[in-house]
Design a protein around this ligand. Structure first.
Ligand code: NI
Length: 253
């Protein structure tokens, strides 16, 4: 059930039976020689919506621009500063919380968002944790909002499948697994590019210019020429089954 495709009356009815909402969050950034700029947002959105269907949950609009300052030396990349993204996430959560949503299940497609999303959750909790208390009850979190973050590419069934299909060629960025997923979702937008496997990479980089110096074609240790739309369907199936069960557990806690 997508928030954007619902009426306010449908949202009101939904809130009578559930306080849960899935929030896809991605990034709009270069993804190597054959990866789409929207890869991280496309993956988070496809997974978030499929999980929403599987568990009959509301799915919020995708937060499609993330924290991607390190990709800014490649054309097409868009980024929010860490401080801006924290405020965007905070305001999205607080808006939905005002209507009665209480369980926020973020499905993330971009490693650069992880620390920012966790910081934003801290900002949300601080609003109630630090609010003036008129009843003298220490530690009373009156908001009752709970947020959680799931990074789809780090889920054990995804890691296992990526290892089986690509071994060490999965790499760290512009990976064949995420490119395969976009190829499955957008079969009319599959790109071809000549490339050899990239050398192993680490997460040691600083600004956008340092990143491009270290990773000239945008990949980090990956070989996305191995990407196939059929693999993308496999990734989608395993991660949706995994996260659907996980969402139910999160809501029941
Ligand atoms: Ni990515």
């Amino acid at each position: 059930m997508q928030l954007q495709l619902s009426t306010w009356a449908e949202v009101e009815a939904y809130l009578k039976r559930s306080a849960g909402v899935i929030v896809p969050i991605g990034s709009t950034e270069q993804h190597g020689p054959n990866g789409l700029i929207g890869t991280d947002a496309i993956c988070a959105e496809a997974i978030g919506r499929a999980v929403g269907e599987a568990v009959d949950a509301m799915v919020a609009p995708t937060i499609a621009v993330g924290m991607a300052q390190h990709h800014m030396a490649f054309p097409g990349t868009m980024t929010l500063r860490p401080s801006t993204l924290i405020q965007v996430i905070r305001d999205c959560v607080v808006s939905l919380a005002a209507h009665g949503f209480r369980r926020f299940y973020f499905v993330n497609g971009h490693g650069g968002n992880i620390a920012i999303v966790q910081s934003a959750f801290g900002e949300v909790y601080a609003e109630t944790s630090m609010a003036p208390r008129d009843d003298g009850r220490a530690g009373d979190n009156r908001g009752g909002v709970q947020c959680t973050l799931r990074n789809w590419w780090l889920r054990p069934p995804v890691v296992k499948l990526a290892k089986e299909l690509y071994g060490e060629h999965e790499g760290l960025h512009a990976t064949p697994s995420e490119v395969s997923l976009t190829q499955h979702v957008y079969r009319d937008h599959i790109k071809k590019a000549d490339m050899l496997p990239a050398p192993p990479a680490t997460l040691d980089f600083a600004d956008a210019f340092d990143f491009r110096r270290r990773f000239p074609d945008g990949r980090m240790g990956s070989h996305p020429a191995l990407s196939r739309p059929e693999h993308g369907k496999q990734f989608l199936d395993v991660v949706v089954a995994d996260l659907a069960a996980d969402y139910r557990t999160f809501l029941a806690a």
